[in-house]
Design a protein around this ligand. Structure first.
Ligand code: ADP
Ligand code: MG
Length: 289
């Protein structure tokens, strides 16, 4: 620790010392944090109160949702602690050291079908759990899916970032109408403002599965308007052949089933887990672990 540079680590309310930045998203910077007393490492999501002004309820919602579900499933990030100072809110999570699924896809180019199916199965099981708890995530994408450790294991993929999640009133299939999320992963009904709910997470899983198999996303267009129109029309192709020729019809059918444009006809997470692509015991489905 040289005396020339001021210490790079700020003191998070007495008990933690923050270190390097792990990632950042829409509202937050996530830093590695050491719990001084125990020497244990955590991931600390630092949310600037000024930037969040008027939207503090979003953080309270995130905490409430995490408290409700976070220790109930092995593939959901665990909220360990939270506190605030006059400037910031801090959410302290178990540290995932394996990085984002996004970077893993970029590094590999594309996933093999066997590895993709293993991951998608694990993520869908966690999505089903979230839905069974009456919660819709609304921001599923590879930047919010983290590997618990390195090397990346299929069984250790974690759902993070419940910042846009909502508790759904029972018996109401679709009641949310605000337009939110990340455009490329947003379901048609979100843009149409006809009300949305749990089916938006199944749609996002279709986009993620496509991304895993191809290495690029299905609705990429030159402008956001064209992207939105393509999503509403369900206009995507399993092309070019260069990326898709090796992908089975079963995998393609899985993607198209998730990408059913009518949310009423789109299968649930539980139903997608029954799809042949995830249940088939194909000999070459050896997990890369
Ligand atoms: P935002 O709401 O701003 O998108 P996220 O909760 O998605 O914030 O966190 C932003 C980024 O920080 C993530 O995409 C990821 O790279 C990193 N991150 C979040 N939680 C953890 C964690 N528990 N362990 C390691 N990195 C994390
Ligand atoms: Mg995020």
């Amino acid at each position: 620790q040289g005396a020339i540079m001021p210490s790079q680590s700020a003191t998070v309310p007495c008990q933690y010392r923050t270190g390097r930045t792990l990632g950042s998203g829409t509202y937050a910077i996530v830093k590695e944090a050491i719990h001084i007393k125990t020497g244990k490492y955590y991931a600390c999501k630092v949310i600037n109160k000024k930037l969040m002004e008027g939207r503090e309820h979003m953080v309270r919602n995130e905490i409430a949702v995490l408290k409700r579900i976070s220790s109930g499933h092995p593939n959901i990030v665990t909220l360990h602690d939270y506190f605030e100072t006059s400037h910031n809110l801090y959410l302290c999570f178990d540290l995932c050291t394996g990085g984002e699924l996004f970077d893993s896809i970029c590094a590999r180019g594309q996933y093999t079908e066997a590895d993709a199916a293993g991951l998608v199965r694990t993520i869908f099981q966690a999505v089903k759990y979230i839905h069974d708890c009456g919660i819709v995530h609304r921001d599923l994408k590879p930047e919010n899916l983290l590997f618990r450790s390195k090397p990346e294991k299929t069984s250790e993929i974690m759902i993070a970032d419940f910042g846009l999640s909502r508790v759904m009133a029972e018996n109401k299939l679709s009641m949310l109408t605000e337009v939110c999320g990340t455009p490329g992963y947003m379901a048609p009904e979100i843009f149409k403002k006809t009300g949305h709910g749990k089916p938006v997470d199944v749609w996002a899983m279709g986009v993620i599965t496509y991304f895993l198999l191809a290495g690029y996303t299905p609705f990429d267009r030159d402008t956001q308007r064209q992207e939105m129109e393509a999503i509403i029309a369900g206009d995507y192709k399993f092309e070019p052949d260069e990326y898709w020729s090796i992908v089975s019809d079963t995998a393609r059918n899985f993607v198209s089933t998730c990408l059913t444009t009518d949310p009423e006809k789109r299968p649930t997470a539980a139903q997608m887990l029954e799809h042949e692509w995830l249940t088939a015991e194909i000999p070459h489905f050896v997990e890369n672990e």
